[in-house]
Write a protein that binds this ligand. Structure first.
Ligand SMILES: [Mg+2]
Length: 177
């Protein structure tokens, strides 16, 4: 049963998370890609600064944070690296193998990890993690494999909504200093 992120059961799961993994398209963006010129080598994407600052706060606090995206994009990598995200897995719809590498790297179990994502090929990982989070535009089938859904849309504060609860659970950020 899909719950709100602030549901007490979800808050308990958030407290146990030791690694937060995010998808890019549809989560850190609204899912739109912009092909507006014949000279482009890759599509443009729009990131919301409020999501970016949330990721930066996690990175600065050295809270393990990773991205697994099917996209292969120099610009996405630059954006994430600017925010301090170092664990970036790109270019494959097989997200399970990237996920398993991260688990081994951090010596974690499924229940220690969250994944926030929105599409069909995310489901194998969403089914494994201790806390699976999606966004309102995800399909019913994706939602049926998730514990929680954000109230804000992907690319417009959904990631920050989740990150703020991770920050609260771990006392990360200026309001906890
Ligand atoms: Mg996506």
């Amino acid at each position: 049963m899909l719950k709100n992120l602030k549901d007490p059961e979800i808050i308990e799961k958030i407290k146990k998370i030791k690694l937060a993994i995010f998808d890019v398209d549809g989560i850190l963006t609204d899912g739109k890609i912009y092909w507006i010129s014949n000279d482009q080598t890759e599509p443009g994407r729009a990131f919301h600064v409020i999501d970016g600052y949330g990721l930066a706060l996690l990175a600065r606090a050295k809270f393990p944070t990773a991205v697994i995206t099917a996209a292969k994009s120099v610009m996405v990598r630059r954006r994430l690296e600017f925010l301090g995200i170092t664990e970036i897995y790109m270019g494959s719809e097989d997200k399970l193998s990237s996920y398993e590498k991260l688990l081994a790297q951090y010596s974690l179990k499924d229940e220690d990890v969250s994944f926030m994502a929105d599409d069909l090929f995310d489901v194998p990982v969403l089914k494994k993690v201790g806390l699976s989070v999606t966004v309102p535009h995800a399909s019913d089938w994706v939602k049926s494999h998730c514990h929680a859904v954000s109230s804000l849309p992907g690319g417009q504060g959904a990631a920050r909504e989740f990150i703020d609860l991770i920050r609260e659970a771990n006392k990360i950020g200026p309001e906890y200093q």
